[in-house]
Design a protein around this ligand. Structure first.
Ligand code: SF4
Length: 289
């Protein structure tokens, strides 16, 4: 088949170009073209490249070359020659078939990899199931713990409110104490004075205590002497008792002796009176009877 360049395709002909199926250009601004001459078919900054390659503009460009109903750029293209529509379609099919074979091999390789990944994922899923069970158990436990914490939180809030109220009351009390402070300082000064006086009194008492201890020691010594004296007196008393008992034993005999003496005295008085009366009569001193 003869090739001609820059010639407009005739009936049953089209451009000898497979670029719309095999080629892509992405410019720095994101514009996408299917050859170096044709119009822009999309922009990767706005649309993913696979969607750009299947856009209406891209399909229209391929349809034009495929059917021979070329757009303006392809009709005047100086890069590609002319071919019959059948030849062009056969080349496109071969290219597509070759790419399909490559893609099938690639897909098989990917399928193998994916199967391995799937196996790993299944193992991981089994592990994750166990992990999920553990996490659910932990979640339940955490739920219970959260309920407990909620309860504690409510209790702490109530306690906090009570503390706030107490704090307010203490602040009021602090104000009262502040007001009382000058008076308390005066009282403290008085107490300090009393404390100094009490210390002096305590010193005096200490000295007195020391003197009393000495006196107590002297009294202990005296007590020992008195005890010894008491013991001597008791011994003497026992002797006196013994003597008294002896005297008691002698008492009847002495009483008899006293009675005898009294009788003798009475006799002597009588005899004396008997001798006195004649003398008194002689002296005229006799008492009238
Ligand atoms: S402009 Fe030329 S190179 Fe581009 S698609 Fe058309 S025929 Fe092919």
């Amino acid at each position: 088949m003869a090739m001609s360049f820059n010639k407009a395709p005739g009936p049953g002909e089209t451009r000898d170009c497979t670029d719309p199926w095999n080629f892509v250009i992405v410019r720095s601004n994101g514009d996408v073209s299917l050859c170096c001459r044709s119009e822009v078919v999309g922009n990767v900054k706005r649309t993913p490249l696979p969607e750009v390659l299947e856009s209406d503009q891209a399909k229209e460009l391929r349809r034009g070359v495929w059917t021979g109903k070329l757009n303006y750029d392809c009709l005047r293209c100086s890069e590609r020659g002319v071919a019959t529509i059948e030849d062009l379609r056969a080349r496109v099919r071969r290219g597509v078939s070759d790419r399909a074979a490559e893609e099938i091999a690639s897909l098989r390789s990917e399928r193998h990899v994916l199967r391995q990944i799937r196996s790993e994922l299944l193992k991981e899923r089994a592990g994750l199931h166990g992990h999920v069970g553990a996490i659910e158990g932990e979640r339940d436990q955490l739920g219970r713990h959260a309920a407990t914490l909620e309860s504690e939180l409510a209790s702490l809030r109530a306690h906090g409110e009570a503390l706030e109220a107490e704090l307010a009351r203490l602040r009021e009390h602090a104000k009262v104490l502040e007001a009382e402070r000058p008076q308390l300082r005066g009282h403290i000064a008085n107490l300090e004075g009393e404390n100094a006086a009490l210390k002096g009194h305590a010193d005096t008492l200490e000295r007195e205590n020391s003197g009393l201890k000495g006196h107590a020691r002297a009294m202990d010594s005296d007590a020992r002497g008195l005890r010894e004296h008491a013991q001597a007196l008791e011994a003497e008393l026992r002797g006196v008792h013994g003597h008294a008992q002896a005297l008691e034993a002698e008492r009847p005999h002495l009483q008899g002796h006293i009675q005898n003496l009294e009788r003798e005295v009475a006799n002597l008085h009588a005899r004396l009176e008997a001798k006195r009366n004649p003398i008194r009569r002689i002296l005229g001193l006799a008492k009238p009877k």
